[in-house]
Every structure is written in C-alpha cells, then in structure tokens.
Design a protein around this ligand. Structure first.
Ligand code: URA
Length: 210
C-alpha cells in the first residue's frame, strides 16, 4: 500500500457505520454490523497482496491460476475491542494466523503497559494486520506496533473502524511505514480521549458492558 491513510467510502460501509454510531443500536446489531464492515475493510487492506500462479485442472482443461503467494498472513487483535473486528476479518481470510496484544494504561504514567502478548511465529515473513476498532490517541496502537516490530514484524498494516486526526498523526510520526485503513476519519478527540462524533466506547458497545 502506498497511501498512509485509506478511507473506505463504500456506500454500504458508510450506511452500516451510521447505524453503528446511533446511540440506540443494540449490542447484537452493533456486533453484527461490525462483523459486516470488517469484511469490507479486510477486502481493502488486502487488495494488493502478492500473487503467484498454480497449475490446476478445471473440468475442461489445465490452467495456470492465481493464488496468494508467501506465508499465511498474521492478524493481530489489540484487546479487547480488536476481537470484534477480528471475527469478520477471519471469515474472509480463514487460514490467517492470529495473535493477541493486551495493553492497559498505567494510571500514573499514562503509558500503555503490556499484560498479554502471544503472536504467530515468523512474523518477519508475514504480512501483519493489526486490528483495533478505534484509533483515538494512538497510544495503544503505537505501543502494540512497537511490540510487533520487536517481535520481527516488518510489513504491518493497521485496520480500524474509526480514526481521529490526532491518532493518525501520532501513528504517522511513530510508524510512517504502517498504512492505516479505516471507515472514517472523524472530527477530533474530546478531553476524555473519545472520538467525536464517534460511537462511544467500542468495547462496551460490542460486549454489552458499561
Ligand atoms: N476507544 C473507544 O472505544 N472509543 C473512543 O471514542 C475512543 C477510544
């Protein structure tokens, strides 16, 4: 991918996103819409995957047919909200390897601290797609990508549902080599770090917690 930020402006994505943003959308519908949108986002983030050819037999003749090249890609869910995006992406790319990064914010230093990290082997040979619905301050996304790079990842993309201008700028500064694919670039962050207009807390809305 050459662009640092790709906004998927497909009408179906934008329509579904509007339904997700609405305050009164139920948990079940929110989760279903996220699953649907994540497949469009996955389509976009993988559109330039390298291909090779394999000889196959159709019922009529032999042919050289295109197939994905290289090692299976790695999907990395940034816990916990990343899991909501992960499900839909995995439906589209069922053979992907899957990893999880868990971070919490130290209330004193405000720095992200790792509490869980389990990723597929040979990250250096895979396209790595990190997923987290909300790119807000960018602190946890930047920290997660730092960890993935420390584990060898070289070819990383970041998939989110909503991004803030602040989060995009932070990512571009820290990881200019990591393209971002999102359904919307919203207006700004509020004083509590929420994306505005946004959709609220993505984890709470998809898991029904408060
Ligand atoms: N995380 C969320 O879930 N929502 C926001 O608006 C910002 C961060």
């Amino acid at each position: 991918m050459t662009q640092h930020l790709t906004i998927v402006d497909h009408p179906l994505v934008q329509h579904k996103l509007t339904l997700m943003r609405e305050r009164d959308t139920s948990t079940a519908v929110f989760r279903q819409l996220l699953r649907e949108i994540s497949q469009f986002l996955a389509y976009e983030v993988t559109r330039d995957l390298p291909m090779t050819k394999r000889t196959i037999d159709t019922p009529l003749q032999e042919m050289e047919a295109p197939v994905l090249a290289g090692k299976k890609l790695a999907l990395i869910s940034i816990l916990r909200a990343g899991n909501g995006l992960l499900d839909g992406v995995l439906e589209l790319i069922p053979s992907a390897r899957v990893g999880f990064v868990g971070l919490y914010r130290d209330e004193e230093t405000l720095e992200p601290v790792q509490y869980y990290f389990k990723v597929p082997e040979s990250l250096e040979d895979r396209l790595v797609i990190a997923v987290d619905p909300m790119l807000a301050t960018g602190n946890s996304s930047v920290a997660a990508i730092d960890l993935l790079k420390k584990s060898g990842a070289k070819n990383i993309r970041f998939l989110c549902l909503l991004a803030s201008p602040e989060g995009v700028a932070r990512m571009k500064e820290a990881h200019p080599d990591v393209p971002i694919v999102t359904a919307s670039l919203d207006s700004h962050l509020n004083e509590k770090g929420y994306i505005v207009p946004g959709l609220g807390d993505a984890g709470d809305r998809m898991f029904g917690t408060k």
